[in-house]
Ligand binder design. Structure first.
Ligand SMILES: *Cc1c(COP(=O)(O)O)cnc(C)c1O
Length: 339
């Protein structure tokens, strides 16, 4: 059966690089949403917590429950509890959501400093604090999210600038409404490495920890290592004669005699179809023909084939980003940690 391996040493290396950039381990809040970017929530939480990461960011309450004994602090990005759940902090993504939290809930307010996706606009900060207080919620933090930290240009800087003024106002409001010690955070992976400033009280790092951060030329290029490898197991093999074609539509045609092997990974496992016939595995084996639901074909005879060990190269062939390749990996694939 196809499987995934996770390189513990590479993961530690990435966490070391992030700690070095932050000059602290304590500021790391590891983003574990969506099955830890497809790496396996349990496996990554286990290794991260052993390393000394104490904060995690997840998407849902269900994810939070699975890692609750591993971290001191867990921020839920997009879920609303039906009953009081004091073990977690919950993100307020919209003003209307404030009334939905059970009184006593620990919350953090997302402010929209320019991405225009989630969060309350800065000019309604006062209104939000008032509502949070009225509804008996415990405000612990104020956060924002960058839309362009991984792009050249000034956008990162004006969002930072806006967030700095949000922070000043939030501190004043916190005093007025009796919320003490607000936590501020804004940086994702790209923002963490883009500048030594702007780390606030913590950073929410995802893709950098998984070793697949991509920064454009001209911006700092951190030395990070991808930690996930996808392996396929051979189901069958055959010799192609010149002119014989492979897979649906026969879009690959052999220009000479070739050995072709068929592996047990397909788009049902998350192997994107858009890389069909235009990708080569790290060992140089060319993908032949279309990726089908449960299969893909490569040149050669290897019993086990390393399909990728850097999601970025598969993503480039598929016309997308590593995030999409990684989170698409079927949670049913076994995941082994390699020491
Ligand atoms: C996913 C996410 C992150 C992590 O982004 P990376 O680019 O993977 O570091 C940080 N903050 C929020 C709000 C997110 O949704």
């Amino acid at each position: 059966m196809a499987f995934i391996t996770l390189d513990r040493k590479a993961f530690h290396h990435n966490l070391n690089m992030i700690s070095k950039q932050l000059q602290s381990r304590d500021k790391i809040a590891l983003v574990l949403k969506d099955n830890a970017y497809g790496h396996g929530l349990k496996q990554i939480a286990q290794v991260a917590s052993k390393y000394g990461v104490t904060r995690a960011v997840v998407r849902t309450i269900d994810e939070a429950e699975q890692v609750r004994d591993k971290f001191h602090y867990i921020l839920v990005l997009a879920d609303t509890p039906a009953v009081l759940m004091p073990a977690y902090c919950f993100t307020i993504n919209a003003m209307e959501q404030i009334k939905s939290f059970p009184p006593g809930s620990r919350v953090e307010l997302k402010v929209d400093t320019g991405m225009h996706r989630n969060g309350v606009p800065p000019h309604l900060l006062h209104h939000a604090f008032e509502k949070i207080s009225k509804n008996g919620l415990k405000l612990e933090g104020v956060m924002t999210h960058h839309r362009s930290a991984d792009e050249m240009g000034s956008e990162y800087f004006w969002q930072r600038h806006t967030f700095e003024s949000v922070k000043r106002e939030a501190l004043m409001l916190a005093k007025r409404y009796g919320f003490s010690k607000l936590r501020f955070h804004s940086a994702n992976s790209a923002a963490t490495f883009r500048s030594h400033e702007g780390h606030d009280d913590m950073v929410r790092v995802g893709i950098a920890a998984y070793g697949c951060l991509e920064m454009p030329e001209g911006l700092p290029q951190p030395d990070l290592l991808p930690i996930l490898s996808l392996w396929g197991e051979k189901i069958s093999q055959r010799r192609l004669n010149q002119g014989e074609r492979v897979g649906y539509g026969g879009c690959f045609s052999a220009d000479r005699q070739l050995q072709v092997s068929n592996y047990d990974v397909g788009y049902a496992d998350g192997l994107l179809r858009t890389a069909s016939n235009r990708y080569s595995a790290p060992g140089g084996e060319k993908m032949l023909g279309r990726v089908s639901m449960d299969n893909c074909s490569f040149v050669g005879e290897a019993d086990q084939l390393l399909i990728f060990n850097d999601a970025r190269s598969y993503a480039h062939a598929a016309g997308t980003i590593s995030y999409e390749v990684l989170v698409g990996l079927d949670p049913r694939l076994p995941r082994k940690i390699i020491e």
